[in-house]
Write a protein that binds this ligand. Sequence first.
Ligand code: DGP
Length: 114
Amino acid sequence: MEDCIFCKIINREVPGDIVYEDDEIIAFRDIHPCAPVHILVIPKKHISSLIDITEEDEKVIGKIYGVINKIAQKEGILDKGYRVIINCGEDGGQVVKHIHFHLLGGKKMGVKVC
Ligand code: DGP
């Protein structure tokens, strides 16, 4: 997708602080972190939102959860736990239209989502 900022990070057209990458998934630090660890984990395939996943996307979406655990371990937040947020669509507060999993940790989360 030409005008997708996350596709541009994948394609190295804009810089990203990349913490994980394989053939299907990439993860990089959020530009506006709201926790000591705030990483966005995304499929390289441009899927606009959770609403748009198809049956063929389910494997990579499932794989993302395993990748999240790997990153959490590397970041030292696996033992104490973390929060994963997926904002979806307008009411869900999604700004960037490339599905992404916010991995948040490194502090005790309150009742506010972030
Ligand atoms: P959401 O509201 O779920 O769509 O969150 C989008 C997140 O993406 C937000 O926390 C800020 C982050 N973000 C937006 N643009 C960039 C960027 O160019 N680089 C990085 N690293 N993060 C970005």
